[in-house]
Design a protein around this ligand. Structure first.
Ligand SMILES: Nc1nc2c(c(=O)[nH]1)N[C@H]1C(S)=C(S)[C@@H](COP(=O)(O)O)O[C@H]1N2
Ligand SMILES: [Mo]
Length: 473
């Protein structure tokens, strides 16, 4: 390590410049808040500095261990705590809490339980960066998926229909980053879990709140990733609606994450840059984590990435397996639509409503669209669909091109029996009422007699077994 350089410079340098600033009169609240952050951080370290993890570190790990005591007592922090008078409100947060009797300090709560040198901030920061990146991508793509399925009124006219495979891409990324986040979260939790057994459990009100925040963050992350994973396996075991729960839990997790980043900012900054020489075991650990992430990605990404298809061992779907070479989520038998009523007609409801028999439909101008079905569960598969353009059907009913539609399926009990279509999709020339797929009449499982196929939309909105199209605005 280069003395005075690298990550250790950040906290020390920061503190020095702060004490210089302190001589000038400054707004009180701001200083107090900063002090609170760095004090929370430094106070934690004397304990960990005396833990065997650091004690046994020896000179090889000066990068990590020798830095810690410097930030602890005697490093100038105590003086800082004294001359920087906190406002009474902040002082309440720092109210010390009583330490429980030592008799309770058993099992993992004993000092020296955790001996690995990998339970250190640098490892936590390196894995945290990967995890953070995966979670941000996962969050943004998830938000996009949610908005497509349930657009707020002001966004209705701005949903993109192109590129036609955009949702296939974003949802593949959503499920991919979510799956990759599972080993990353596991590794992160392993790195920091000795903190669970910190003693005393809560030093101050601030410390207790911080720990509660971590609890919320970890619980929401675990629940979010776990329910998401089960959803890709189509395992809907919970009584609550998946999508809404997944959506709100994501906001809770994001809030917890941002709070966590804010609280840990000084520590993250201090360990952001690599310090040489690094720990050999850390390198081995990080390599193992990387390989795990690559492995779970490789054996699941084939559900949406064609050239990884042959490695697709763990994903619940192979996009090329199913009737007519396409997977099926809900079969006609499950939906109760295996038998099409003999008097089936397509009903189109608008200013000039009409009905068409199958023969009349096939006599209309037919078009081809090469479009993927991109399921929210992460699998996607492309096919050539043939049928009548929705915009032609709508125009024939006398509706304008700004029309929004309600599509009703023959399926009566499922959650996807009725869907709505924004006008951008309704007027897109690629959007079809498909009658055929890959040159064949639709299989019952793919929606015979007719189904919706539109560009850039989640699979759940590609309604099968259609019998009515209604102009609603
Ligand atoms: N009526 C109806 N349409 C539906 C569904 C459904 O359950 N009922 N499932 C949707 C879902 S979740 C997907 S991913 C696609 C799958 O289409 P496929 O079975 O032809 O591959 O159909 C969609 N259309
Ligand atoms: Mo789906």
């Amino acid at each position: 390590m280069r003395p005075g350089r690298g990550p250790s410079r950040a906290p020390d340098g920061g503190r020095r410049s702060r004490s210089r600033r302190r001589r000038r009169p400054r707004p009180r609240r701001r200083r107090s808040r900063r002090r609170g952050l760095s004090a929370g951080w430094t106070r934690r370290h004397p304990a960990s500095a005396s833990a065997p993890a650091d004690r046994g570190a020896g000179s090889r790990t000066t990068s990590v261990s020798s830095r810690l005591p410097r930030n602890g007592p005697g490093s100038g922090c105590d003086g800082e705590v004294r001359d920087d008078e906190p406002t009474p409100r902040v002082r309440q947060f720092d109210l010390p809490l009583p330490t429980p009797p030592d008799a309770l300090r058993k099992g993992p709560l004993r000092e020296g339980t955790f001996t690995s040198r990998l339970h250190d901030p640098r490892t936590a920061v390196v894995i945290g960066r990967w995890l953070g990146a995966a979670l941000i991508v996962c969050f943004v793509t998830g938000l996009y998926s949610h908005v497509l399925q349930d657009p707020p009124t002001w966004l209705r006219d701005h949903l993109p229909t192109r590129p036609a495979g955009l949702y296939q891409f974003t949802q593949g990324l959503h499920v991919g980053t979510g799956i990759a986040a599972i080993p990353l979260l596991g590794a992160k939790l392993w790195t920091v879990y000795p903190r669970l057994f910190e003693w005393p459990p809560a030093r101050s009100v601030r410390h207790a709140l911080e720990r509660l925040g971590i609890l919320l963050l970890v619980a929401s992350m675990l629940l979010e990733l776990f329910t998401g994973l089960l959803n890709t396996l189509q395992w809907y075991v919970w009584p609550f609606p998946f999508r809404q729960t997944h959506f709100w839990l994501a906001w809770i997790a994001l809030g917890g994450l941002l709070l966590h980043l804010a609280v840990k900012a000084p520590e993250i900054a201090a360990h952001w840059r690599r310090v040489r020489p690094g720990l050999t075991e850390r390198r081995a650990y990080l390599t193992t984590v990387t390989l795990s992430v690559l492995a779970v990605t490789a054996v699941t990404a084939g559900q949406s990435v064609p050239w990884l298809r042959r490695l697709d061992l763990l994903a619940p779907r192979r996009p090329d397996i199913g009737p007519q070479g396409l997977p099926v989520n809900r079969t006609a038998a499950a939906a109760g639509t295996a038998q099409t009523p003999a008097d089936w007609r397509l009903q189109v409801v608008g200013p000039r409503p009409y009905e068409l028999t199958m023969d009349q439909l096939t006599a209309l101008e037919q078009h081809d669209s090469d479009l993927p079905i991109a399921c929210v569960e992460g699998w996607s598969a492309s096919a050539r669909w043939t049928g009548v353009r929705i915009r032609d059907l709508v125009a024939r009913a006398g509706a304008p091109s700004t029309a929004r539609l309600r599509i009703t399926s023959l399926e009566t009990d499922g959650a996807y029996g009725v869907t709505e279509m924004e006008s951008a999709y309704a007027r897109d020339p690629l959007t079809l009422l498909a009658l055929r797929v890959n040159g064949e009449v639709l299989h019952a499982d793919h929606g015979y007699p007719a189904r919706i196929i539109a560009p850039g939309r989640p699979g759940v909105l590609q309604t099968k077994w259609v019998h009515r199209i209604e102009v609603i605005a």
